[in-house]
Design a binder for this molecule. Structure first.
Ligand code: G16
Length: 542
């Protein structure tokens, strides 16, 4: 086995986005593309010498080949050990757990999350730091800077390693430990939730359907829901991870998890439905005939946390991304705990979690999690809901109604316009941005603007400032319209319009979401000229 140092030159566009580097799979497969990024990552953290890394991915197309390259490069860069999920598979939250549990120096997670997989679809790679969370902005900037000046990478010349057999082997001087991807994660969940109580719920005839969307949570959900908790066989569907996710978008929302939606949103559907995404960090929660918006889910988990053994002592605080509805803030206020508003991107929760300022975090983009790992966690959210349902012995719909009656209802929706020409999307954002300074006090489509700005985040822990994190327009009475360009797409630009309105009138809590939001949507359209995009409707409505 020979360590080779290969001369290379910088490749344009290796700038990590909201969550790592995501590109078309064919781009990642170009000679040197993956290698440059991996070497820049090792260089950015002061080299790999003597370090231990967790390595795994969501099993999408190119996962198996990319892992072999990363292992060879880790060995050639002097890493001491690599902990790899069997078959090269690890969900993102499970990887985060392993990084923390085994006190490693970080991890490389191969995934483009909810983006589709396949040779003509998407691939991604991100580095997580020793706290288990996504690299902070200073690290991703250093990686990017490295990709711009790279001149060589190191790689071991050797055969592929067998990753299907659990156990230890060597790659040069590096030890490779192949582990069962599920067991450490199962132990973690069993330490947080009341498995006995959830088991009793299932044996009482409570029916659940979990859609793994042909992605990574399949093996985890099978082992935990059907195995440890005794849900009937078949409760977990689409449970085998496939390289192309069965040709679908592994994105747990009403558009892409339509099979599940159709089943649960009917009067004889199961009591509870849930789905997770490509790499297992997202979740969608449903009850019979009931859709729970991710923002409401965060607020409900926060309000009910004491019912769960792992949070029985209470929460330190709660954090949400800026475009997530303000529902959780009012729960925090009532509980007398701190609440925080961060930019979109799980990495912004890391400092708050590490500092013990918050226990639970969530985002409108179907992500919720806590201080048990440093990633959002799809199955954790599902178990949290099941634990609450087992304790409260009411339906999902009743929990929602009760919550709204107590706190008011934040009607909430996100409208996505995908694959727009980049210039057109940027022009729309500039148009809105240029109007922000003069909007306060104006009426737009009948709504009075109370505040408008471009969101900047001042991290209360390390004092860093992140600017240009979305354009906010707030209206009197608690309505908001927010405009942002996605940082996770790989094709053109995706414009996200987030709309919200707070209703406290007990007689108006059961309206159709889109109808209730119509005035805010109209104001947002007038403000931004979205209609000039020439799209009849958004591509995705959440
Ligand atoms: C990633 C990030 C999330 C973010 C989401 C959407 O999720 O981890 O924090 O909310 O993307 O980001 P954007 O609006 O920029 O597309 P995932 O599940 O894709 O890793």
């Amino acid at each position: 086995m020979e360590i080779k140092t290969i001369a290379t030159t910088p490749i344009e566009g290796q700038k990590p986005g909201t969550s790592g580097l995501r590109k078309k799979t064919r781009v990642f497969m170009e000679p040197g593309y993956l290698e440059n990024f991996v070497q820049a990552t090792f260089d950015a953290i002061g080299g790999a010498e003597g370090k231990t890394f967790v390595i795994g991915g969501d099993g999408r197309y190119f996962n198996a080949e990319a892992i072999q390259t990363i292992l060879r490069m880790a060995a050639a860069n002097g890493a001491r050990r690599a902990i790899v999920g069997q078959g090269g598979l690890l969900s993102t939250p499970a990887a985060s757990n392993l990084i923390r549990k085994y006190k490693t120096d970080g991890g490389l997670i191969l995934s483009a999350s909810h983006n589709p997989g396949g040779i003509d679809e998407d691939f991604g790679l991100k580095f997580n730091i020793p706290n288990g969370g996504p690299a902070t902005e200073s690290v991703t900037e250093a990686i990017y800077a490295g990709t711009m000046s790279i001149s060589r990478y190191h790689i071991l010349e050797t055969r592929d390693l067998d990753l299907n057999t659990i156990g230890e082997s060597r790659l040069g001087d590096m030890v490779v430990t192949v582990i069962d991807p599920v067991s450490d994660y199962l132990d973690l969940m069993a330490g947080i939730f009341d498995f006995g109580s959830i088991r009793a719920l299932f044996s009482s005839g409570f029916r659940i359907r979990f859609d793994a969307m042909h992605a990574i949570t399949g093996p985890y959900a099978k082992a935990i829901l059907e195995g440890a908790l005794g849900a009937p066989a078949g409760s977990v569907i689409n449970a085998v991870p496939l390289p192309d996710f069965g040709g679908g978008h592994p994105d747990p929302n009403p558009t892409w998890a339509k099979q599940l939606m159709d089943e649960v949103m009917s009067s004889n559907g199961p009591d509870f439905g849930a789905a997770s995404d490509g790499d297992g960090d997202r979740n969608m929660i449903l009850g019979r005939n009931t859709y729970v918006s991710p923002s409401d889910s965060l607020a409900i988990l926060t309000a009910n946390a004491r019912l769960v053994p792992g949070y029985a002592k209470g929460l330190a605080g709660v954090a949400r991304s800026m475009p997530t509805s303000c529902a959780a803030d009012r729960v925090a206020q009532k509980l007398g705990i701190e609440s925080f508003e961060t930019p979109t991107g799980w990495k912004f929760f890391g400092n708050l979690l590490d500092a013990g300022r918050v226990t639970i975090c969530g985002e409108e983009s179907f992500g919720t999690g806590s201080d048990h790992v440093r990633e959002k966690d799809g199955l954790w959210a599902v178990l949290f809901w099941l634990n609450i349902l087992a304790e409260r012995k009411v339906s999902v719909a009743e929990i929602l109604q009760d919550h709204w009656a107590t706190y008011g209802r934040n009607y909430y929706s996100r409208h996505d316009y995908e694959a727009l020409p980049i210039d057109q999307a940027k022009a729309l954002m500039s148009r809105v941005e240029n109007r922000l300074a003069t909007l306060a006090g104006m009426r737009v489509a009948g709504l009075k603007v109370s505040m408008a700005d471009s969101f900047s985040y001042h991290d209360p822990v390390d004092g860093s400032v992140s600017r240009n994190q979305g354009l906010r327009v707030q209206f009197e009475g608690g309505a908001r319209a927010i405009f942002r360009l996605s940082g996770t797409g790989t094709e053109g630009a995706t414009l996200r319009l987030y709309v919200e309105y707070l209703e406290t009138d007990p007689g108006k809590l059961g309206q159709d979401t889109q109808a209730a939001l119509r005035p805010v949507i109209e104001a947002a359209h007038v403000l931004s000229g979205i209609d000039s995009l020439g799209r009849a409707a958004p591509d995705v409505i959440t």
